[in-house]
Design a protein around this ligand. Structure first.
Ligand code: PHE
Length: 453
């Protein structure tokens, strides 16, 4: 077997993890979840879940990954050989591939919007025309499948290039650019006439709209956004060097991911109100809103709004790609390390499978709209299944593994780099308590309330 690759520096690790975390989850999913679940109150629940329930899972996954230096399945076999924990390893190989399949459909939409922007199709269009386009496009057959295919091929190409050249090289350059751009967009969006309503919507909580579903959705969003519970962070951590600091990487990734989501909220929500779009409009929210902002930014010059739009859709696409590659890498690590497949064949197998499921998801906005799974379209069903159930379940099992199966001494050793990191030593007991009690109990409580209320 080829020697295992490593990320080359601390910056590279943070950028790759942040690259996985920051993606369509922040730009596309977060704003519409906020809109569907009552604004500021949802944002608060999401922040609480991120730090109390989800950050401990980040530590759990990094501890497992770096200690074992294996993908999810191999990690369980190495740290708990011959036990049923291997099923957790297998479970977390499958779930990111399911996410990849529908994620690629949305990634495809951003490819389409990039093309449209380049052809000046949106310039000077009214909000209602822009909204009409979205509905029409996603419910058609060939177009969305074509762009889903393009997106999937881009993902496959990057993953094929390997950890260092592909993933590290790509994320290190693109993540900082994305951050700067989204801040600029938010600042502009907040100055639009009528924006203040959107700002209030994000800042003034109204807890009367919060129900058990909103709480489950907030936790699901936190898992989805931080890429946790599916072995992605575990797999990336297995490429981390021994001297890296798990506490710092976790807090760094969580804070940048959260900031990014909130800033994206401030970029989108004021414009939603300024354009007179319904905040609960669902999965199309960002696609309906962005062209409207770009038109305003162009100040009547179509070429200027087109340039702004192109820059943005390219970066959104990049953000989506850096997340999608992390989903694919989990399965690739499994197939190459456990099944002895070559990297190319592993990438091919996952691409074909996820592409096929993605086609069904794409068609569920059009010809297959009547196919309902527990009352949801195929797309919504898979998204809810993954975010609200599979990810938290995977996360729950990872934290139980670290908190109750691994020895305290091993966890301490890994978390503090053998006792050499002073801050980590000082905080260890808090993290240990969160890992063993708070996170597992919290996740189970959210599960039960969602199930029975
Ligand atoms: N965190 C990614 C995003 O916000 C999505 C993701 C989920 C990536 C699960 C990997 C695993 O877009």
């Amino acid at each position: 077997m080829a020697p295992r690759e490593n990320f080359g520096s601390r910056f590279a690790v943070i950028m790759a993890m942040a690259g996985s975390a920051v993606g369509l989850g922040n730009i596309w999913r977060f704003p519409y979840m906020v809109g569907e679940h009552g604004g500021a109150a949802f944002v608060i629940l999401y922040m609480l879940s991120s730090f109390i329930l989800v950050l401990p899972i980040f530590f759990a996954e990094t501890i497992i990954g770096r200690r074992s230096r294996q993908g999810t399945f191999g990690a369980m076999e190495k740290l708990a050989p011959g036990t049923p924990w291997k099923w957790l390893g297998l479970f977390t190989v499958v779930s990111p591939i399911i996410i990849l399949s529908y994620y690629s459909v949305v990634g495809g939409w951003s490819v389409e919007y990039l093309f449209k922007a380049a052809c000046l199709d949106f310039t000077n269009a009214e909000p209602s025309e822009i909204q009409g386009f979205f509905g029409q496009f996603i419910s058609s057959t060939g177009g969305p499948i074509a762009v889903h295919t393009i997106f999937m091929l881009l993902v496959a190409g990057i993953v094929l290039a390997g950890v260092k050249k592909g993933i590290e090289g790509f994320t290190k350059v693109t993540m900082p650019i994305l951050f700067i751009l989204i801040i600029a967009l938010a600042v502009y969006s907040m100055t639009l006439p009528g924006a203040s309503e959107g700002i209030t919507y994000l800042l003034k909580p109204d807890f009367s709209e919060v129900d058990a579903h909103a709480v489950a959705a907030a936790m699901g969003q936190a898992f989805f956004s931080l890429s946790l519970g599916v072995g992605t962070i575990l797999t990336y951590a297995s490429y981390m060097r021994k001297e890296e600091n798990i506490l710092a990487s976790g807090v760094g990734t969580a804070v940048s991911d959260l900031l990014f989501a909130v800033i994206a909220g401030f970029a989108v929500m004021p414009a939603v109100f300024a354009a007179g779009i319904e905040p609960g409009a669902g999965a199309g929210l960002v696609f309906d809103t962005l062209p409207f902002i770009f038109n305003k930014m162009g100040m009547g010059a179509p070429w200027l709004s087109a340039i702004i739009a192109i820059i943005f859709f390219v970066t959104i696409l990049v953000a989506a790609l850096t997340s999608a590659i992390s989903m694919m890498e989990v399965g690739v690590a499994y197939l190459t390390e456990e099944k002895g497949m070559r990297r190319g064949s592993a990438v091919l197998a996952i691409t074909v499978f996820a592409w096929c499921v993605g086609v069904l998801c794409s068609l569920s906005f059009g010809p297959l709209a009547d196919v309902k799974l527990l009352g949801n379209s195929i797309f919504d069903f898979l998204d809810k299944l993954c975010s609200n159930w599979l990810l938290p379940a995977g996360g729950l099992l990872f934290t139980l593994f670290v908190g109750w199966k691994m020895s305290r001494a091993d966890v301490f050793d890994e978390f503090t780099n053998g006792g050499t990191l002073k801050a980590n030593v000082a905080l260890f007991n808090v993290v240990w308590f969160l890992l063993r009690f708070v996170a597992p109990v919290g996740i189970v409580v959210v599960f039960l309330t969602n199930l029975f209320l």
